[in-house]
Design a protein. Structure first.
Length: 156
């Protein structure tokens, strides 16, 4: 009992000393750190908020990435800003695919002769379903969901 009591007392004392040391260390470290963080955060937030707000409004507000008249029947067009290639395999049917080649991630170079083409190693992909028409690529292009709204083509 006496041993246990003295151990408890010892641990309690050590704990109190340790806690006091930690508190001192924490408060000494936190005070200078929290002040600049708050100041930097306050300065950054308005700028970041404004930039993000305008970018988000344009992108997620359903802006058109292309006009239906921009996309030839039996062909397509790479929309670099949106990272997609939009095709029109048959009149009135529009498809969209990721504009990065699945072989070694080169940006696709164009749509010609009924295929979506990569000039890095000359893979060709179907404008209908993005499947590989000509290797070395072995994996189809990822399809993107689009919405045709009148004459506007939008990412869904
Ligand atoms: S990266 Fe497109 S064919 Fe190699």
């Amino acid at each position: 009992m006496n041993e246990a009591t003295s151990r408890r007392t010892l641990f309690a004392s050590a704990g109190a000393v340790g806690a006091a040391a930690l508190l001192a260390a924490c408060s000494a470290e936190e005070t200078p750190t929290s002040t600049p963080t708050t100041a930097a955060g306050g300065g950054t937030t308005p700028t970041g908020g404004t930039t993000t707000g305008s970018t988000g409004g344009t992108g997620s507000g359903g802006a058109a990435i292309a006009k239906t008249s921009d996309i030839p029947v039996g062909g397509g067009k790479i929309i670099t800003a949106s990272g997609v290639v939009v095709t029109q395999p048959t009149a009135g049917t529009f498809k969209a695919f990721d504009s990065m080649c699945t072989h070694q991630q080169c940006p696709l170079s164009g749509v010609a002769n009924g295929t979506i083409n990569c000039d890095c190693h000359f893979s060709k992909f179907s404008i209908t379903d993005g499947s590989v028409v000509s290797p070395p690529a072995t994996k189809a292009l990822a399809e993107k969901t689009i919405v045709v709204d009148g004459t506007d083509i939008k990412l869904a």
